[in-house]
Design a protein around this ligand. Structure first.
Ligand SMILES: [Fe+2]
Length: 186
């Protein structure tokens, strides 16, 4: 993993993706801002170096203690892993799918253990762009409109936690709002 950047939150009015009205980089401040829209943001220790080619089971095994703690604390029943190593071919269709605004009937919970990706949360007349990096845990509540950008050259590993995996169907809103906001690398 070569990308080392920090977590960042930019808040925009939802009608104007050109200029953020607030920008935060400190973890507690980001958590406080996101709590206002019901989004949980925490830092958990992602302290294991994963080898190239690590499987889903390898990742789950490496983070067994954190996963057990999250399950008992929050009632999650199942986990899986999404891992895109740098240079993975044909990622653009996956990227495009989640660039469209959608919501789920289940909380969307991601623990980033490598790399980075940007969540965009559309709530209360604002868009909150949260660039999540290693150690960041984010929980987007059921029903919150959002989209996600993994960037043109994705590199991230996220553990996904579910209370009901069947609820993680994307219900697309049909709104093209995401086209008016900066992408991960802009
Ligand atoms: Fe989603």
């Amino acid at each position: 993993m070569t990308t080392t950047i920090a977590t960042r939150l930019r808040v925009y009015h939802d009608a104007d993706g050109s200029t953020p009205i607030r920008e935060l980089s400190e973890g507690d401040a980001i958590a406080g801002e996101l709590a206002r829209i019901g989004v949980r943001f925490e830092r958990w220790a992602a302290d294991v170096e994963l080898v190239p080619g690590a499987s889903q089971d390898d990742v789950i095994g490496a983070y067994a203690s954190q996963i057990a703690a999250l399950k008992s604390e929050c009632g999650y029943t199942t986990v899986d892993v999404i891992r895109l190593e740098r240079g993975t071919p044909n990622t653009e269709p996956i990227r495009q799918k989640f660039l469209n605004e959608h919501a789920h009937s289940e909380d969307e919970v991601r623990f980033f253990v490598e790399g980075r990706g940007a969540f965009y949360l559309h709530a209360n007349g604002h868009v909150y762009q949260v660039v999540c990096v290693r150690n960041d845990l984010i929980s987007v509540p059921a029903g919150t409109k959002h989209w996600f950008d993994m960037g043109p050259d994705p590199e991230f590993t996220a553990i996904r936690l579910f209370t009901d995996e069947a609820g993680w169907v994307a219900n697309f809103t049909g709104d093209t709002i995401s086209e008016r906001f900066p992408k991960l690398d802009q």
